[in-house]
Structures are given as C-alpha cells and as structure tokens.
Design a binder for this molecule. Structure first.
Ligand code: XLS
Ligand code: CA
Ligand code: CA
Length: 437
C-alpha cells in the first residue's frame, strides 16, 4: 500500500471540510438522465501522476515517485502499476492514459523495450482483472528520444520514420490489449523552427502516410475506437502543424483521414493557440470531431503549457456545456493531463489535485446542466437567428435563392433594420445567476 492515509475518497457534499472527500462529484447521482460517472469518464495520465516529480529547468524533482524501487528498472515499472491501481481505485477513476515509455524504461534496443512492454502489459492486465479499470487511450512518445529531434512522421530520416512506425505499432498493440478506445497522436516535434530549411509539404504528406498506416494496422488488429489528433500550436517546436482544431481538421480532410480521426482537445493547448477551451470544443463538435478531452488549465498571463489541475469553474462549466450539447464523449473521456505544482510534493497532494479536478468538472457539469434547464441562453440564440426561419431567410437556408434575388430584395428594402442586440452583458448575468444564485 502506497497511500495508507486514505481508504476511499467518498462524496460528502459541498458542506464537507474533509480534504479527502468529494464535494461535487457524486458518481451515481443522475444529471440530465445519466449518472455523473457516465458523463465524466475521468482518466489518470500515467506520465504526470506516476512519473512527474517536479523536475524543471532550474532544479531537480521535489516529489518522491520511486514507490520504493530504483527508477529505470522493471521493479520500478511494476511498483508504478501497483501505485497507479491503488490510486485509481481509491478515487473511483476507471481509466488511464499512457505513452509507451511511461510504462517501462526505454532500452537501447527497441526489441528489448518491446519485450518489456509485453511484460508490463501482462502485469497491468492481471491488475485490471476483477476491477472496472481500463485504458482510455494509448500513445507513443515520439518526441523525447533524441532520434526524433527533426520530427517523427515529419523527420528527414527514413530510418527514424521506421522507428516512429514501430513505436506506433507496439503502442497500438498494447492499447488494444488493455481495452483502450482511443489512440492519440500529439505531434510535439511535428513542426518546424525555420521554414528555409524545411519542406513543409513533404513533411505533412509523410505524417499523413504514417497515420494511414496506423489506421490500417489498428483496424487489422481489431481496434474499433477512435484515433485522435491533439492540437497544440507550439512548445516544444516554434510552430507545430496541428496548430488548433480547425487546422487539424483541415489536415485530416485533405489527406482522407477524417473518418477515423477525431480531436483530443487540451484546455492549456487551446489557450496557447489564443483560443478558449470552449472555442476548441465547439469547433470540434460542429465538425463531428469532438473525441476526447485533456482536462487541465494554464496560467493565462504566462503563455506556457503549465498543465495545472483544472479549478476554474467558469471554464469547466462552459466546457461541459459544449460536451452536453454535443451529446457527450463517445470513445473519449476527461484525462487529467495535469501535474501537481513543484511545491505540492506530498502523496496527499496527488489526491488533493485529483479531487480538485474531478470536483471542478463535476460542478461544471451540474452548472452546465442547470444552464440548459434554465433555457434562457438557448432561447436567446434561437431568437437571434429567427429571421432565417421564414420568408427570404428560410429560402436562403434551403439553398433556394440566388444572388440576384437577394440583391433585388435589398433594393426594395433600401436599408436593413438593426439586426438586434447581442445582449452579452445580460447573458453573462444569467450565467452568474445560474452559477451563484
Ligand atoms: C504535451 C501533450 C502530451 C500529449 C500526449 O503537451 O499534452 O502530453 O497529451 O503525448
Ligand atoms: Ca495532452
Ligand atoms: Ca499540455
């Protein structure tokens, strides 16, 4: 046992002062016809929760993630599995997400790494037995190893490209073996520093070809879930190809990948792209591409990817509003791609962080449902576009008119009437009334 200070984090309600209890997340409570636990498929990110120890550019780690073993060994890899399953069980989390190299230490020889992955995934499978915990999505880390310095799918080296392919193949094998319903491509090194030494078209074609091969292989081994692109505009590269959802969706359509792929939207990446989290969710949803969510937040005046645990309830409310309107996440969930602050370095802090994040999304779900039930926002939006329901507006919507006819109508009208107020301040008051009333 690694976390002997708690047996089970239970729901105690908003009045509770117990730091190891949920105040808003009540798994079995039904909201809009569905249990909270079905709305919110929370996932643990293997890399942050079991790996990140607070190391940064200016100093070493402050948190002990050795779990009693020597890092870099298979004993340590197994201790992480034990700790992770204890952690998920105690919090009632049913999913985890992983990169290949989060699970085992990478060897110099890929055959050795793959044998280690077989061994650890057998061990994870054993741990899964008798629980309802499984993989949400897997991915291959194609940005850490120095061989990927010029990219993975976008590399200039055909041999490095083969290593990217090999890692994807193995990560897909493990994802399927562990019951995963998603497979993520985050292109950390797929981009450029300088255009003058980069063939962008060549690189994008190669990335698309790799994704096609991944889809073909995945489907051939029985993967029926979704492939996801996780957009991020920069960091580590100066410019990353999957800048934001709109860009990534355009890329998928250009290369005929749009039937197999959806978006994995990370809140902190949305804000790095100078959008809001809600914007990225909306753009994905209206294109039928809202797949999964990396639940975190950044510090807005900083401009880095700080991967903080989400706590801004306005943000979680607006995010859950989008998710509810889109009919939920099918093969995706809410992966806490978030890490404790370097100065929050105790084992208890790991629990406080997840309780904060889960409660913030649970409260967001409650408030988003209340906004929908309140109806004033929906009513406003419907009314705003009402001129397209009848007359010339209805003809425009039905595609039954011409530029000539519209110009004639304008000529008859001589001038158009005021299109009506956007009422932004009034509607923001409505949101505050629903949140705090
Ligand atoms: C990094 C990304 C990464 C992906 C998975 O910024 O968030 O962690 O989620 O490779
Ligand atoms: Ca992420
Ligand atoms: Ca991030």
């Amino acid at each position: 046992m690694y976390f002997d200070f708690v047996e089970k984090v239970a729901y105690e309600g908003p009045k509770s002062k117990n730091p190891l209890a949920f105040k808003y997340y009540n798994a079995d409570e039904v909201i809009l016809g569905k249990k909270m636990s079905d709305h919110l498929h929370f996932a643990m990110a293997w890399w942050h929760n079991l790996g990140a120890n607070g190391v940064d550019m200016f100093g070493p780690g402050t948190a002990d993630k050795t779990f009693g073993q020597v890092p870099g060994t298979m004993e340590h890899a197994k201790a992480k599995v034990d700790a992770g399953f204890e952690f998920m069980r105690k919090l009632g989390i049913k999913y985890f997400c992983f990169h290949d190299v989060d699970l085992v230490p990478e060897a110099d020889d890929i055959n050795v790494t793959n044998a280690r992955l077989d061994e650890i995934s057998d061990y994870i499978l054993e741990k899964m037995e008798g629980t309802d915990i499984k993989c949400l999505w897997g991915t291959a880390n194609m940005f850490g190893n120095p061989r990927f310095m010029n990219g993975a799918g976008s590399t200039n080296s055909a041999d490095v490209y083969c290593f990217a392919a090999a890692q994807i193949k193995k990560a897909l094998d493990i994802t399927v073996k562990l019951g995963g319903t998603g497979y993520v491509f985050w292109g950390g090194r797929e981009g450029y520093e300088w255009l003058m030494n980069t063939d962008v078209k060549f690189e994008q074609e190669n990335i698309a070809a790799l994704m096609h091969m991944a889809v073909d292989y995945g489907r051939s081994i029985g993967f029926t879930g979704d492939f996801f692109i996780e957009p991020k505009p920069r960091e580590p590269m100066t410019h990353q190809y999957d800048f934001d959802a709109a860009t990534a969706i355009g890329f998928l359509r250009q290369y005929g990948l749009d039937k197999d792929f959806k978006m994995n939207i990370e809140a902190n990446h949305a804000t790095l792209a100078t959008h809001t989290f809600q914007h990225e969710l909306r753009i994905s949803a209206i294109n039928g591409m809202l797949g999964s969510i990396d639940a975190n937040q950044g510090t807005m005046n900083l401009g880095w990817d700080t991967d903080e645990f989400p706590w801004d309830v306005y943000e979680t409310t607006l995010a859950m509003y989008e998710v509810l309107k889109a009919g939920g996440l099918k093969n995706g969930g809410f992966n806490f791609d978030a890490k404790n602050r370097r100065q929050s370095n105790t084992k208890e802090d790991m629990f406080y962080a997840f309780i904060l994040g889960m409660d913030a999304f649970a409260l967001g779900l409650r408030k988003a449902a209340a906004l929908i039930e309140d109806g004033r926002i929906d009513e406003f939006v419907k009314e705003k576009y009402a001129s397209f329901e009848t007359g010339i507006g209805a003809k425009i919507r039905a595609g039954e008119t011409t530029l000539q006819e519209l110009a004639e109508r304008a000529s008859e009208l001589k001038n158009a009437e005021d299109p009506g107020s956007g009422n932004q301040e009034r509607l923001r008051s409505v949101i505050n009334e629903v949140l705090f009333g």
